[in-house]
Design a protein around this ligand. Structure first.
Ligand SMILES: Cc1cc2nc3c(=O)[nH]c(=O)nc-3n(C[C@H](O)[C@H](O)[C@H](O)COP(=O)(O)OP(=O)(O)OC[C@H]3O[C@@H](n4cnc5c(N)ncnc54)[C@H](O)[C@@H]3O)c2cc1C
Length: 327
C-alpha cells in the first residue's frame, strides 16, 4: 500500500511535533519553512561563543502529555529547571526573590530540540509558501508540491491568512485571532542586581534573562507588548536606544547598556485563539495548528501538532472535521 503523505507549512514546535508523530507512524512528510532552519519562535542567535535565545526563553509544562515530554528532555540533558536567582519587581521600589515554578531553560539550542522532533520528516528550508490549495502547496518560487493526503498550515494566524484565500471555510474563521508583538534585544551591562532572571514590573520592559554563553553580562531582554506596539515601525536603532535607556533606569546602572542584537517579533503571542487543538477542512484535507489555534505558549503549540497527527493516524486518511475540539 502506498504511504500516506502530508505537507506541512512551518517548522516551529507545532509543525515539528505534528511532522515527527506522522513520520514515526510511517507517513511521508515534507515540511517547508521560509527560515534557514527549524525552530520558529524557539530559534536562537549564534554568537562567537555559543548561542543566545531571543525567542521564548523558557519552556514550561502544566500537564501531561507535555510534562512527560519535558521530563524526557531533562533526562537527555537538553533542558534544566530554572534555578538561579529570580527577581520580581522594580529596583527603586523593592525586589522580591522567588523561584519560577515549572519553568525549564534549554541547555542545548532550542532549535535543535525542534529539529529532533521532526524525526524522519523531510525539512525544506528557505522555502517560503505562497498559497495552499486542496492537497497542494505552492511555493513562492512557483514550484508546486501536490497530491498530499493532508496539508497542514502551522504558521502564526496572520501569516496563514494570505496563504488560505482558496479555502474560504478556513479563511473566514481566521480574522478573529490577533497577535501582539515583542521586541527582543541582546544587551550587555556591567553591575546591576545579582540575578539570572529579572521580571520587571514596568510598562516598557518585561523580562531579562542572563545568557549562559557570550561572555559575562549578556542578557536577552524582552519588551512589553505596549513598547513593541509603540515602536513597531521604528528602526532597530531607535527601538534599541529606547529599550537600553529604559533598562538603565530600571536597574539604576551607572554605565551605558550595549545592545548587540535586536529582533522584532511581529507575531510573538496571540491574545486570542480559536480553541481546540486544530481547525480542519475535511473536504479539502487542510488543517491549521499552532498557538493561534490552540492557545498561547510552547506547550499548547506542541500539543496541537501532536494531537492532530494522532487523530490523522487513527483516522488513516480521513481528516477529522474539527473546528473547535475542547480539551
Ligand atoms: C519573545 C517571545 C517570548 C516568548 N516567551 C514564551 C514563554 O516564556 N513561554 C511559552 O510557553 N511561550 C513563549 N513564547 C511563545 C512561544 O514561543 C510560541 O507559542 C511557540 O513557539 C509557537 O510555536 P508555533 O510552532 O505555533 O509557531 P512558530 O514557532 O512561529 O513557527 C511557525 C513557523 O512558520 C514559518 N513560516 C511562517 N510563514 C511561512 C511561510 N509563508 N512559508 C513557510 N514557512 C513559514 C516560520 O518561519 C516559523 O518557523 C514566546 C514567544 C516570543 C516571540
Amino acid at each position: 500500500m502506498a504511504r500516506l503523505r502530508a505537507g506541512i507549512v512551518g517548522a516551529g514546535i507545532a509543525g515539528a511535533s505534528c511532522a515527527g508523530t506522522l513520520a514515526a507512524a510511517g507517513w511521508e512528510v515534507d515540511v517547508f519553512d521560509k527560515a534557514r532552519g527549524a525552530g520558529g519562535r524557539l530559534s536562537t542567535r549564534r554568537l562567537e561563543q555559543g548561542w543566545a535565545t531571543m525567542g521564548s526563553p523558557f519552556i514550561s509544562a502544566k500537564r501531561d502529555p507535555f510534562r512527560s515530554q519535558l521530563r524526557d528532555w531533562v533526562r537527555q540533558g537538553w533542558l534544566a529547571p530554572v534555578r538561579g536567582d529570580v527577581l520580581f519587581g522594580r529596583a527603586n521600589k523593592s525586589w522580591a526573590r522567588a523561584q519560577l515554578q515549572n519553568h525549564y531553560t534549554p541547555l542545548i539550542e532550542p532549535s535543535q530540540i525542534v529539529r529532533q522532533l521532526l524525526g524522519n520528516a523531510r525539512l525544506h528550508t528557505e522555502s517560503r509558501v505562497a498559497t495552499i490549495q486542496p492537497r497542494t502547496i505552492i511555493l513562492e518560487n512557483g514550484q508546486t508540491r501536490g497530491d498530499y493526503d493532508c496539508v497542514i498550515c502551522s504558521v502564526p494566524v496572520p501569516q496563514a491568512v494570505p496563504l488560505l484565500v482558496a479555502l474560504p471555510r478556513l479563511h473566514e474563521r481566521l480574522g478573529e485571532v490577533r497577535y501582539r508583538p515583542v521586541w527582543s534585544f541582546l544587551m550587555r551591562w556591567e553591575g546591576g542586581p545579582a540575578a539570572d532572571v529579572i521580571k520587571f514590573d514596568d510598562h516598557l520592559i518585561d523580562l531579562a534573562v542572563r545568557q549562559p554563553s557570550g561572555g559575562d553580562g549578556l542578557w536577552a531582554v524582552h519588551s512589553s507588548h505596549e513598547f513593541a506596539e509603540t515602536y513597531r515601525e521604528a528602526s532597530a536603532m531607535e527601538a534599541s536606544t529606547r529599550a537600553a535607556s529604559a533598562v538603565m533606569g530600571l536597574l539604576g546602572l551607572p554605565w551605558p547598556v550595549e545592545v548587540e542584537a535586536s529582533h522584532l517579533w511581529r507575531y510573538a503571542q496571540p491574545d486570542t485563539s480559536i480553541g481546540g487543538f486544530w481547525l480542519g477542512d475535511r473536504e479539502n484535507r487542510v488543517a491549521l495548528i499552532g498557538d493561534g489555534i490552540a492557545g498561547v505558549g510552547v506547550e499548547r503549540a506542541w500539543e496541537s501538532g501532536m494531537r492532530l497527527a494522532q487523530s490523522l493516524i487513527l483516522a488513516k486518511d480521513e481528516l477529522a472535521d474539527c473546528p473547535s475540539v475542547s480539551d
